[in-house]
Design a protein around this ligand. Sequence first.
Ligand code: UDX
Ligand code: ADP
Length: 468
Amino acid sequence: MAVDVKVICCIGAGYVGGPTMAVIADKCPHIEVNVVDLNKNRIDLWNNSDLSKLPIFEPGLKEVIKRCRGRNLHFSSLIEENIKRADMIFISVNTPIKTKGIGAGKASDLKWVEASARQISKFAKKETIVVEKSTLPVRTADTIQQILKESELNNKNKKFSVLSNPEFLAEGNAIKDLENPDRVLIGGVDEESINALKKIYLNWVDEEKILTTNLWSSELSKLVANAFLAQRISSINSISALCETTGADIKEVSLAIGMDSRLGSKFLAAGPGFGGSCFKKDILNLVYISEYYGLKEVASYWEQVVAINSWQNKRISKIILAKLFGTLAKKKIGILGFSFKANTNDTRESPAIRICKDLIEEGGSLYIYDPRVSLEQIESDLGLKNNYQGNLTGDLGNWSYCKKIIDTFEGADAVLVLTEWDQFKDLNWENLSKLMRHPSWVFDTRGIVDTVEAKSCGLNVWQVGNGE
Ligand code: UDX
Ligand code: ADP
């Protein structure tokens, strides 16, 4: 299908659609890029003149939006009009795990993808290239193709070609990843459509980095890439526990094994467990697909990666409870960081959610600070209202939102570092220690605290993979 792409539409203005389209618009000023979303509030935030109000936080995003918004990048709720005008449509909607029915807890819920395909099928009027951007289970393109085929039969002017072009960006590093990707993967059948998409990327990506495959390899590669990355984290987290009991130091072990060029040094930082919208979902998807095809052993192999992750969350709550004499009632615990990692406001599957819920369940009073996560988001994740700093009297756990780091330390029995934000790396332990109730603890699940210094200020310190 020979399409000269002048107008792009992206369905879904989320963590993937927003930054990806912003970078395409930035690098291709000759192409008009329209991002649409059902969520009117989200679109309004993308259009807010105050760039600090953008719905997602990504380093460098503000600058790109400032350059392109209103020039060739537009955010809109007008789905029909923008689909109609587009030569190429990206599907970038959410695909969470199904909560009920067949495959509940493992399979992806494809209702938003299907709805997008139906919108395209209804509103598109001409030859259109449809690109799967969301991470999808292998063979989803089949579903999209079937829906689009119907409308091709009913209207001769309509023609569709479906491509898979998974996004490998990591949140918190999205703009850099998009501007300088390790590779761009394009799966498809129709040569001309593949070339049309390739031409867009060639505006800033070297040709050797653009890999073209069949549709199914492209869809599966995204799941497998995430599964392998997550597997490294579960592996290193399992070893962190072994280090704590044997006297080995996880950072030294990571450094030593990472220097083996076959292993490489990235993704070997032990932590509270991986979070984010992709890893757990994609592995469970792989598990579901393997089960579906009767590959029981393959399914249980990958399931273990998720099991170790939950175990690591739990292990941390248990350690805190044990060090604080087995009870958290009437104790104040400062929480540093709530997002699933640094440099993002995303809390999806954040280890902080499970760990904080455990500590509240034990009766602790949590004082939570995160540089980018809002009070409302934490309330929704914990399913519990913020009580504005008060109740240290009963046995019922509770939590309070802190606007400043220092508020988490005031009178605290312990502080818990859950996210590796830069501002937690050089805390003034001497001053902060004086604010706490002693004996007091620092629990560092990210390995970023200078333990020697903190200990010299009269604090007890526990660090992941290092112990006390
Ligand atoms: C991931 C993939 O990296 C990306 O390629 C894919 O497109 C989407 O999923 P993301 O979830 O945004 O990206 O973040 P990532 O940086 O991969 O971190 C995932 C989780 O692993 C975080 O909770 C992070 O804290 C944790 N992690 C990462 C570790 O605990 N240790 C590490 O060494 C690296
Ligand atoms: P991701 O991390 O994959 O980008 P998000 O949840 O951040 O996921 O974003 C997905 C966006 O897609 C949401 O803002 C949601 O409102 C939007 N969306 C879902 N279905 C549709 C649809 N049929 N039409 C338009 N937008 C949609």
